[in-house]
Design a protein around this ligand. Structure first.
Ligand code: GAR
Length: 211
């Protein structure tokens, strides 16, 4: 059984896709050990509670400096004893100590086709604003392992989504979620739970299903 801890900041629609996938069996052999939010008002916390999952808020505002917050975040993660940490719209820069401790055991969903529209300053709606401003005709989402860079870790899965005439950032964000994020994040977790994902020389290898 793969124990996952999901880190969130906002609405939690990706968390919901994971909860539903675990419940319905499309993410087999997986249990959600806990949900951690940096934002006490995140609707994601409510989704977790409604699903009966332990959910805690670790807010930078409750700590006197970044170092204390980082320690508290690491302690909160450790308490859940995860095999895998899933960043599902988590808008906090992870402490290096956490990244090193959980090397190749943290994944993130990003709402573009990396390496486009990623890195510092590209998060949430800003990613879709930038894609529309550039006039790309195809965008999408990426699931990747987290390393010490911003959106630089090994890519596990990507899915493309067409940009349409008349798209607003909000419309595009929603379509990227529906057609890409809510599909590839659960699929990536299922692959990891099945032991089919490894990282070799900085690249993800996905092994075939046993026949
Ligand atoms: C999602 O679109 C996710 O890809 C994005 O935040 C949104 C969270 O929505 N993440 C990033 O931009 C990370 N750089 P949700 O709370 O409804 O899952």
């Amino acid at each position: 059984m793969l124990r996952i801890t999901v880190c969130v900041s906002g609405g939690g629609t990706n968390l919901q896709a994971i909860i539903d996938g675990v419940r319905q069996g499309s993410i087999p052999n997986t249990e959600i050990a806990g949900v951690i939010s940096n934002n006490g008002n995140a609707y994601a916390l409510e989704r977790a509670r409604q699903a009966g999952i332990d959910a805690v808020c670790v807010s930078p505002r409750s700590y006197e400096d970044r170092e204390r917050f980082n320690e508290a975040l690491l302690a909160a993660v450790d308490r859940t004893s995860p095999d895998l940490i899933v960043l599902a719209g988590f808008l906090v820069v992870l402490p290096s100590a956490l990244i090193r401790k959980y090397e190749n055991r943290i994944i993130n969903i990003h709402p573009s086709l990396i390496p486009s529209f990623c890195g510092t300053g590209y998060y949430g709606l800003k990613v879709h604003e930038a894609a529309l401003a550039r006039g790309v005709k195809v965008t999408g989402a990426t699931v990747h392992f987290v390393d010490e860079g911003t959106d630089t870790g090994p890519i596990i899965m990507q899915r493309a989504v067409a940009v349409r005439q008349g798209d607003t950032p909000e419309l595009l964000q929603r379509r990227v979620m529906e057609e890409a994020e809510w599909i590839i994040l659960p699929e990536s977790i299922a692959l990891i739970a099945a032991g089919r994902v490894s990282v070799e020389d900085g690249q993800v290898k996905i092994t075939d299903r046993e026949r």
